[in-house]
Design a protein around this ligand. Structure first.
Ligand code: AHR
Length: 514
């Protein structure tokens, strides 16, 4: 008893006298699960200026392009090494009839995008343009099939058109349209938000639909395609329960959508720029609720699938703010600040730490919509703070999660507090260890000791830092480098296995070591 008391007193003295109260203890001897590379996935919908303008301008455009794809955007996306791209929606997916988007462009029918701004689209971006884009980016394709207003036959024809190498009608139609060899399509979403824009279905009704659509997807695509059941709206755990109970055998993955609202709710979301600390704090708080969402859905999934055969795909996530003043409200065009970069890093940390169940995540969306990587205006392009986080974090995709324990101070705002530091530690195939640390406190720097067990000394190869003058700083077209990554050197080894790192306020740091 006396010994225990002395140990405790010693621990308190160490805590009080040490500059670094924050501690991360990494077990380098034990492997956690592999972090799926698909956690770093993206989503591009026919919405506002995401596809048209943002990605596709057409070969005749004065904007520099490669066969119709914006050159600047293509290059920026290639640098991100994106693993998977989800398309064509979103809500748009359940209104999309793929045959409208194939064949000679001048013959393609025009359609009205009923969910997003009522814009008339000329269908110049369709199946060929999407799958060729995936090939150019070197990423896997994730197609969302139309369940809400489509048929099994339509979906099956689409599958055959895309992936069949047989001498059959749809594959021959593809050949006639200029593509001899089939594409690879790895993921198939069976509807989108079927509880809402995808058909207003109950889980009981949807699960039967999913089983029906999915069994024919199986028939025509076999195990070449991962079938993704439409999952819950945020915290609707009953949806997950019904899907798992009655449909676990008919799908390989189940999705979840969760958006962060930094204001009071959907009617009062928060501006994307020029906001105060209340919206900063609340944005981070709501973002961190992803932990609860993922954990609770995991518990339900574990009950029916203890072996974790069915992956959780968080295939829409990110902060949703007010649109930029003067822009079409249906286009969801929002700026992107340092707050959003921290929401991205802390959310990716949550996914990484749940790598045993979370097998894919797709931030919404890739260009010009919601929490984008890239914003464009005419021939101008800017990389957002969120882009830089994805670029820093890509090292964790496919790596092995290392078990780590974090003791962190709090970021206090009024009567509320959040953990100030968030982390991911992983080891890649070549044996390099990457430590990502975010400090969400907007005013205080944080010293943290990172201690490695099960390793004979560490060597730091270098680090990258993302921070900004203010928590609401952003990159504008005329000031594109306000928030940009720089070399980070504020760390030192205090013993062979212990690193002391000083994190600036509101910052994300990734260190590489071996
Ligand atoms: O990402 C924007 C929209 O959010 C998607 O179309 C829909 O699936 C979700 O409600």
């Amino acid at each position: 008893m006396k010994r225990l008391f002395l140990t405790f007193v010693l621990a308190v003295i160490v805590l009080v006298t040490s500059n670094a109260q924050n501690r991360l203890t990494v077990n380098a001897a034990e492997d956690g699960p592999q972090i799926s590379k698909y956690i770093y996935g993206h989503f591009a919908e026919h919405l506002g200026r995401c596809i048209y303008d943002g990605i596709w301008v057409g070969p005749g455009s004065p904007i520099p392009n490669v066969d119709g794809y914006r050159k600047d955007v293509l290059e920026a996306l290639k640098a991100l090494e994106i693993p998977v791209l989800r398309w064509p929606g979103g809500c748009f997916a359940d209104t999309y009839h793929w045959k409208d988007g194939i064949g000679p462009k001048e013959k393609r029918p025009k359609i009205k995008n009923v969910f997003w701004g009522g814009t008339v689209e000329d269908n110049s971006f369709g199946t060929h343009e999407f799958l060729n884009l995936c090939e150019m980016l070197g990423c896997d394709a994730y197609i969302s099939a139309n369940v809400g207003s489509g048929t099994v036959e339509e979906m099956v024809d689409w599958i055959e058109y895309m992936i069949s190498d047989d001498d059959v009608e749809m594959a021959n139609l593809r050949r006639q349209n200029g593509r001899e060899k089939p594409w690879k399509v790895r993921f198939l979403g069976v509807g989108n938000e079927s509880w809402g824009c995808g058909g207003q279905m109950t889980p009981e009704f949807y699960v039967d639909k999913m089983r029906q659509f999915s069994s024919y997807a199986w028939e025509y695509a076999g195990d070449r395609m991962v079938r993704v059941g439409c999952g819950a709206n945020g915290e609707d755990y009953n949806w997950t329960k019904v899907l798992m109970e009655r449909g676990a055998r008919n799908m390989n993955a189940l999705s979840v959508h969760y958006y962060t609202i930094a204001g009071e709710g959907w009617g009062n979301k928060s501006a994307a720029t020029g906001f105060g600390e209340d919206r900063y704090f609340n944005g981070l708080r709501q973002g961190l609720r992803m932990e609860e969402v993922v954990s609770k859905h995991s518990v339900v999934m574990d009950e029916y699938d203890p072996r974790k055969r069915v992956g959780m795909f968080v295939d829409e996530w990110g902060i949703w703010t007010d649109v930029e003043p003067g822009t079409n409200p249906g286009f969801l065009f929002q700026q992107n600040s340092m707050r959003d970069a921290l929401i991205a890093s802390t959310t990716l940390d949550i996914f990484n730490r749940h790598a045993d169940r979370v097998k894919m995540a797709n931030i919404a969306q890739m260009v010009n919509v919601l929490q984008s990587m890239i914003l464009t205006e005419g021939d101008q392009m800017v990389l957002t703070p969120t882009y830089h986080v994805f670029n820093m974090y890509k090292v964790h995709g496919g790596a092995t999660l290392l078990p780590a324990n974090l003791f962190t101070e709090k970021y206090v705002y009024g009567n509320n507090a959040l953990p100030a530091i968030s982390q991911t530690v992983s080891r890649d195939e070549s044996g390099k260890i990457h430590v990502s640390l975010s400090n969400i406190d907007p005013a205080r720097e944080m010293k943290i000791t990172v201690e490695f067990y099960g390793k004979q000394g560490v060597k730091v190869n270098g680090g990258t830092l993302l921070t900004a003058p203010a928590f609401n700083s952003f990159n504008a077209f005329n000031k594109p480098a306000v928030v940009k990554p720089v070399t980070f050197k504020n760390y030192k080894l205090t013993s062979p296995n212990v690193l002391e790192v000083t994190l600036p306020s509101k910052s994300v740091v990734t260190l590489e070591m071996e």
